[in-house]
Write a protein that binds this ligand. Sequence first.
Ligand SMILES: Nc1ncnc2c1ncn2[C@@H]1O[C@H](COP(=O)(O)OP(=O)(O)OP(=O)(O)O)[C@@H](O)[C@H]1O
Length: 554
Amino acid sequence: MKTLLTLTTRLIAGQKWSFLRGLALSFLVLAMGAALLGLSGWFVTAAAVAGITGLGLDFDFFRPSAGVRGLALGRAVARYGERLLTHDATLRALADLRIALMDGVARRPHEEQARLRGAQALNRLTSDVDALDGLLLRLVLPFLAAGMVQLSALLMLWWLEGLPIGLAVFLIYLVGGGFGLIWVARAARHDARAAETALQNIRRRALETMRARADLAVAGQLEAATAQTLAEVEADALARRNLEALDRRVAAVISLTTALAGAAALAIAGQMAMAGQITPARAAVGLFVALALAESLMLLRRGMAEIGRMQEAGARVLALTDTPERTEPENPRSAPDPTAPLLVARALSFTRPAAARPVFTNLTLELHPGETVFLTGPSGAGKSTALAVLAGLMAPDDGELMLAGQPLAHWPEAKLRSMLTMVPQRSQLIGGTIAENLALALPMGEDLPDAEAWAALRAVALDEVIDARGGLGALLGEGGTGLSGGQSKRLALARAALRKPKILLLDEPTEGLDAETARATLTGLRALLPESAFLVVSHRTPDLALATRSIPLG
Ligand SMILES: Nc1ncnc2c1ncn2[C@@H]1O[C@H](COP(=O)(O)OP(=O)(O)OP(=O)(O)O)[C@@H](O)[C@H]1O
């Protein structure tokens, strides 16, 4: 419940007045509904009594019928306004929540972000946030409006017909409605959770099957993977069928409660009318108001059925939005010290959380402008991990790491990223044009001059390939598909070079390239950025010929 309360306050926070007005209108809709039926009941009964007793001509038909029309019209207008206000406010609140969620994901530790699979992140942003759209619309606002209208009905019936009728109707709704709603919340929990899990699994499996379709096809697993997705579709359908059956049962409980409340109101008011304490027309009001109050439970019933789903989705959303803010250093350096080496690592070691052994220990190196230093070692020695630590993506557990004379941890994030860039082993391109892929290197909103883009492409020996494909406007597919592995890698290298970093960390930059292209790429980058220091991880012996020196790891 704490999760839902926290989320309710967060969602309401930015749109307080819209939600308050929405609540007032929700109450008005229900109250007008009850008043409409109550007045109609009174009108019909009073007209009938007037007819029977021969007072028909004296009976004022006009004012009550105008009241009925006014209430019916007013109710429709209030309903329209309420929908407009609350839906608009909810959509805005959910948009803010999605942004907070993305921010939270971006603040997670580097390796945790790498582990968050695309489909999983998509589910957090779509299914989980969507599950919360009912929190205010189908749970909180209807609950408050229902409470307000039931209490108002109690007071109104007390005033019009006496406390026994008001209390009887109120208590029957409290017990019957309360039982029905608590029952649906409990009984739906399992199937609501199953439907949500199945829906998220469908999305995840479908995405992963599409991504891995070539591997699955050659392994003869494509049919099995498709069958697994279909099994999730069936699980989803089954859970939804169960929820619908439950919904029908709960609707029956609410109808029974309504009938009981109406019967109690009729019995008590009937006796009072026979005893002459109230007129028959007034007695009818209790019955019709009791019947109208059923509406206050109907919308709430759907919200209660979704409680389990909302709680789980909400907990997942909060876990990400509540990622602690990044702490910026207190005395950030504003400019590099030109006399200090660009990068100094002394006796660095790094251990992954909960790992028994460190990935590497005692890493010591210095980088100076214009140098090309190679980091070598067997597969699994920790070279990629070391680059991530040197790039400030993960904190070392021991040793000293200085960037341009200042501890790397003291550099503000933006300045650090403008000084130092890394091209990881598997860098990611995006769907879009070549120019758009390259422009990712620049600060938001900054234009990339064509001449600079071509110079970077030329440096990595990719200019002719891109020219033949139609130039900078050539389109790549989703995730940057449409280039060979080696071409994709070189496009990522060109993108990094466009940042003109003082330090460039390169993880296997020549992987997948023939010897001649590999050499052209490394010498081209060197010529494009003559003042930068390169730290290169490579298994290829010919590349070592370009090294100023090499440092073994492990
Ligand atoms: N995200 C991760 N979580 C847990 N362990 C990891 C993770 N990434 C790498 N490792 C482990 O850390 C060790 C070092 O991996 P790393 O990728 O740094 O080695 P490497 O020297 O770059 O290897 P290669 O030359 O094969 O690329 C390996 O034992 C690897 O299994």
